[in-house]
Design a protein around this ligand. Structure first.
Ligand code: F6R
Length: 615
């Protein structure tokens, strides 16, 4: 949430900062701002709305300078307006700061500063940090880099909350200072230039050499070099990493939207999620990142999956998979509730947190709570350099590649592949035979081709989306492995198209939900030919009996669905446990095409941001 980009070097800062902000726009797009330093002064431009607005403003009112910091905002404290857009300034107007995170004690700090005569111009929590640093800097009187670092260190000691910040001062030319706690920051090392950003995607067009900063790190960047230390001054332990993906990987290519591109990348992302992880010899999955021996895995009595949104839905599928294939009691918990439920967990409970970004604040909090209680806590993560990847006791990377569209698509199917691998591994340790394991491996190996085949329904789904786009609400229904897919489909449609939608186990219909059924409310049934197909069919009849339009997702070759449903979308035949991976694809397409039909901003839906780094 919120994106920060900083640049210092020889080139004009503005185009680099704007290009970087565009890459980070998925993190928030309520307002944007930029400040550059030139001739011992700071010059700022801010606009409400998308980066394009800021770019337009800069076309008329350009900014000079080869050093600057910039920000794209997802509003937490204070309305979406120009005053609340970052950067924020201290009292002198000579120090500028951009911030990602939440300052929890900002009201107290603000009251104290107001009492001391400071004047605030915004309603943000961020502005207090700028005032706090500026005040200490002025008081100390050391108007150089060391003085600025000292002031930042001192100020941040008073701050409770999360932050990734970048600071520049008109009297400390050519220097950017960054610091983090709880919000990501990455340093990019170029040749005679350095970068600072919330996410590596803003840096990768310029350099592949980066340092992922740790919590409580403070970094100073200049044209010719950088220094990293801890806020306590104890010397930072850092490592220069090479970014694996290229600028092309994070471009839209020929697709009109990232979401569509990412839906179509799924044959590869599904393949990558299982690459090198299937052992035919042992008829099992190999997940070395768990760092657990088979005997340690055997003693696991209970599994808990936790995550938010789409990642939670993957955990819900995981619950069914692990219980049915490995017979281990499994639960899936909202990460946001994990701390507050105080879930009783036996000593041998293994906890997995599931997250694409690896930065979701609630999921990170669940991880920390679980570890604090002494449970081995593993991450299922896409972003390899994320806080969750680093803080967990081990885990499994998704290898889905960068996901830029705010609506999660390929990360979900990659998570589902990993759920299957986990179920296979645990199943083989318990009761699955060698032959069962081999069968499952052979089915998994076919999956990328089945996913590719499923993509062929895109045009049919587009037509169905246009047919129902103006419905006032949607129902999604599924059973067993596909109940979580129904919930995920509803989330996708809500977030991209702003249509009320809900997902339920099909059998729950008659316990109240059926009251919603009418000719205006389409019901989408996920009804592949699995163990519960006949049951789903009866539920479809119940909806049709009440004039509800029905779209069914069924298995290729099925005839009975066509007799009762208004539309049938066919997916390839697969074992029950793999059907969620195929069934979700037309539903992702439905959300995409509905949003396009309604003129919604598919990749940046209103009010959302991809990486939710606040509680
Ligand atoms: C939905 C979506 C969100 C995320 C959720 C968790 O399309 O993108 O629901 O799934 O915010 O994000 P991660 O997986 O990054 O922890």
């Amino acid at each position: 949430m919120c994106g920060i980009v900083g640049y210092v070097g020889k080139s004009a800062a503005t185009p680099i900062l704007i290009e970087g902000l565009r890459k980070l726009e998925y993190r928030g797009y309520d307002s944007a701002g930029i400040v550059t330093q030139s001739d011992h002064s700071l010059n700022v431009r801010k606009t409400v709305g998308r980066i394009a607005n800021l770019q337009d403003l800069l076309a008329h009112e350009p900014l000079e300078g080869s050093i600057g910091i910039s920000h794209t905002r997802w509003a937490t404290h204070g309305a979406v307006n120009r005053e609340n857009a970052h950067p924020h300034f201290d009292q002198s107007g000579r120090l500028a700061l951009v911030h990602n995170g939440v300052i929890e004690n900002y009201q107290k700090l603000r009251d104290e500063l107001i009492e001391k005569g400071e004047i605030f111009y915004s309603q943000t929590d961020t502005e207090v940090v700028a005032h706090l640093i500026g005040r200490i800097f002025e008081k100390n009187g050391k108007r150089d880099r060391a003085g600025l670092i000292e002031a930042i260190r001192h100020a941040l000691r008073q701050v409770i909350g999360t932050y990734g910040i970048a600071v520049i001062h008109a009297d400390v030319p050519g220097v950017i200072i960054g610091a983090r706690h709880g919000s990501p920051l990455v340093l990019g090392i170029g040749n005679g230039e350095h970068f600072l950003a919330s996410d590596v995607s803003a840096i990768v067009p310029h350099t592949h050499d980066v340092v992922y900063l740790n919590d409580y790190d403070i970094v100073s960047l200049q044209e010719e070099g950088f220094e990293i230390d801890t806020l306590a001054g104890s010397g930072a332990d850092y490592r220069i990493s090479k970014v694996e993906f290229t600028a092309a990987d994070i471009s839209k290519g020929d697709y009109p939207h990232y979401m569509l591109k990412e839906i179509f990348e799924q044959p590869n992302s599904v393949r990558d999620a299982m690459r090198g992880r299937l052992s035919v010899e042992e008829a099992t999955a190999k997940l070395g990142g768990l760092e657990m021996s088979n005997s340690e895995l055997r003693s696991v009595e209970r599994l808990v999956f936790s995550g938010c949104g789409t990642a939670l839905h993957a955990g819900m599928v995981g619950e069914y998979l692990v219980e049915s294939l490995a017979h281990i009691p499994t639960e899936c918990e909202f990460a946001s509730e994990f701390r507050y439920r105080n879930l009783p967990m036996t000593r041998d409970t293994l906890v997995f947190v599931i997250t694409q970004s690896g930065e979701t604040a609630d999921t990170l909090a669940a991880l920390r709570e679980s570890r604090r209680k002494g449970h081995r806590t593993l991450g299922i993560c896409n972003n390899v350099a994320s806080s969750i990847a680093r803080e967990s006791d081990g885990g499994v990377y998704m290898h889905a590649g960068p996901e830029i569209g705010v609506a999660a698509t390929k990360s979900f199917t990659a998570q589902l592949v990993i759920m299957n691998l986990l179920a296979l591994l645990l199943g083989r340790i318990h009761h699955l035979s060698h032959a069962d394991g081999l069968r499952m491996i052979s089915e998994l190996e076919k999956l990328p081709d089945l996913v590719a085949k499923t993509l062929e329904v895109n045009e049919q789904v587009r037509r169905i989306a246009c047919k129902y786009a103006r419905a006032k609400s949607f129902l999604f229904l599924g059973r067993q492995f596909n109940y979580p897919v129904a919930v995920e489909a509803a989330l996708k449609l809500k977030e991209t198209s702003y249509i009320a939608a809900s997902g339920h186990p099909s059998a729950e219909l008659k316990h109240g939900i059926i009251a919603l059924v009418s000719p205006e409310v389409p019901s989408f049934f996920i009804a592949p030919e699995d163990a519960v197909f006949e049951k789903n069919l009866s539920n479809i009849e119940e909806v049709k009996a009440r004039q509800g339009p029905v779209v069914a997702i069924g298995t290729e070759g099925n005839k009975s669905l066509a007799r009762i449903a208004d539309d049938v979308i066919l997916i390839p035949e697969a074992p029950d446990y793999l059907t969620p991976i195929l069934a979700v694809i037309p539903l992702q397409m439905l959300a995409y095409h509905t949003a396009v039909e309604l003129g919604c901003d598919v990749d940046k839906p209103r009010n959302l941001a991809k990486s939710v780094t606040v509680e």
